[in-house]
Design a protein around this ligand. Structure first.
Ligand SMILES: [Zn+2]
Length: 475
């Protein structure tokens, strides 16, 4: 569905006076690419306030005119899976072309408080799902802990919810939806204490509210995908399976078939992955309980301690696990990732981690890696298809649950002026497992809601145009 022009009022007034409209910003002479309409042509883009006001082959007048010849003008990239939710991580993601970064896997506890904490201070647009893990802990243990590493560490992750605690947990989640949460985050691999019945009831709540579940499935690879799809379709809930690569490993082809077949049968199921052969998470989490070597198919030496970059041994595994912190898990084959990225129905999302110099490179390089490595160098897909996976696809996936997504992921008149301008001949990720986080190359300009946050590949600084992205129940 194309966006209807909304911001024509000022334009009409100027035209009536016989003046040429003066836009706030004009992006001049760029290769404008819009995956929804298929537009791929040299155009001038006029921006007024926070919206795209004009796209034209005629010259446009602007208070600020930026020559973007030989560069691609794309909708800003939308990341459905970003754990790092401060401006430190926002800056790395902005250099990777991201304009909206949402935490939908784990979600955020105490939604109102979290949204308030970022209001007027965020570089990028932000949003989060309601956290099932936090809600059940709140009801069971009343811990008051809501940060991600606190929630991961809680003993209640190993406890089943008591029968009398189910209703309060579900109503807490419902309240989080009213506070603006985007669906419900259900990373059940991190709280093995949750029974099938508890999880099934959370899916039922999502179905009842016509909302979406985001899940990091239990261990079990393709079998765990079947379980999630079954919970979703028998309840009638929408389902998004996060990082299909790291949860299905050598069973990714079967899992891709399951998702694709489900979609072809009209079932409301989607998935995403990130373009790297290693995962990353908290060492103190339930993922590293007894038997992790078998589940992840690796040994101690395949774990990289993010604080120092060193590979772990049995002894450093123990001491670091007690202390708590993040590891990188080297356990995937490049061909699994290739097939996942090439599948036309997969979305790319970063799973970007909280800032650390040696954090997983996906935190800084995911989107440039897709366009540089997979599109340009290895020709796995066309440039338009690469752009589609990181703009239109996440926007349309979320639109039924997040009305404002109608105005994102598109380079059209009336759309939000979230725009990424990049050089298709040089765009590439620079962050590595050995060298740590580095800004990507080739991202030239980034606008968030009509405000430049990156110009000539340089952070503007001290501008905070990021707006909250709310689920449809926001009151
Ligand atoms: Zn995860």
């Amino acid at each position: 569905m194309k966006i209807i022009a909304l911001s024509l009022l000022s334009l009409c007034c100027s035209l009536a006076l016989g003046q040429k409209p003066l836009y706030d910003i004009v992006l001049k002479n760029g290769r404008v690419m819009d995956p929804e309409t298929g537009l791929d042509a040299i155009r001038n883009v006029g921006i007024t306030g926070n919206r795209i006001a004009e796209i034209s082959s005629s010259e446009l007048a602007g208070k600020q005119v930026i020559d973007v010849s030989n560069l691609v003008v794309s909708p800003g990239f939308i990341d459905m899976h970003a754990h790092g939710q401060t401006n430190k991580e926002n800056e790395y993601q902005m250099h990777d072309g991201v304009t909206t970064a949402m935490e939908l896997e784990s979600g955020r506890g105490d939604m109102q408080k979290w949204l308030d904490s970022r209001k007027g201070k965020a570089i990028l647009n932000y949003g989060a799902s309601a956290s099932h893990q936090w809600a059940r802990t709140e009801v069971m243990a009343k811990s008051g802990n809501s940060t991600l590493d606190q929630v991961m560490n809680n003993q209640s992750n190993y406890a089943a919810l008591k029968a009398e605690d189910l209703k309060p947990t579900l109503s807490l989640l419902e309240n989080e939806l009213y506070a603006g949460a985007i669906g419900i985050g259900v990373p059940i691999a991190y709280y093995p204490g949750a029974t099938r019945e508890e999880v099934y009831n959370v899916y039922a709540l999502a179905a009842d509210k016509k909302m979406i579940i985001f899940t990091h499935v239990r261990e079990g690879k393709a079998m765990a995908i079947q379980q999630a799809i079954s919970d979703a379709v028998t309840n009638g809930a929408a389902l998004h399976i996060v990082h299909l690569n790291s949860v299905t490993l050598d069973e990714i082809d079967l899992a891709l078939r399951m998702v694709s077949n489900a979609q072809q049968r009209g079932l409301n199921v989607s998935t995403e992955l990130y373009p790297y052969t290693a995962g990353s998470t908290f060492l103190q989490s339930a993922l590293f309980d007894e038997g992790w070597q078998k589940v992840l198919g690796i040994g101690y030496g395949d774990l990289q301690w993010v604080e120092t970059g060193e590979r772990l041994t049995e002894s450093t595994f123990k001491t670091n696990r007690e202390k708590g912190g993040i590891v990188i898990i080297h356990n995937m084959k490049p061909e699994w990732i290739d097939r996942g990225i090439a599948a036309p129905f997969t979305i790319v999302a970063s799973d970007g981690m909280p800032y650390s110099k040696l954090a997983h490179p996906r935190s800084a390089g995911t989107f440039s890696r897709v366009l540089g490595l997979y599109v340009r160098e290895r020709k796995v897909m066309s440039l338009m298809d690469g752009i589609r996976k990181i703009t239109l696809m996440p926007a349309t996936r979320l639109e039924p649950f997040v009305p404002s997504m109608h105005y994102k992921g598109r380079l059209q008149v009336g759309a939000d002026a979230d725009i990424t301008v990049f050089d298709p001949t040089t765009i590439i990720d620079k962050a590595t497992f050995e060298g740590g986080l580095k800004f990507s190359e080739g991202i030239r300009h980034v606008l968030v809601n009509g405000t430049l946050v990156l110009k000539n590949s340089t952070t503007i600084g001290e501008v905070y145009p990021g707006q909250p992205v709310y689920g449809k129940y926001k009151r």
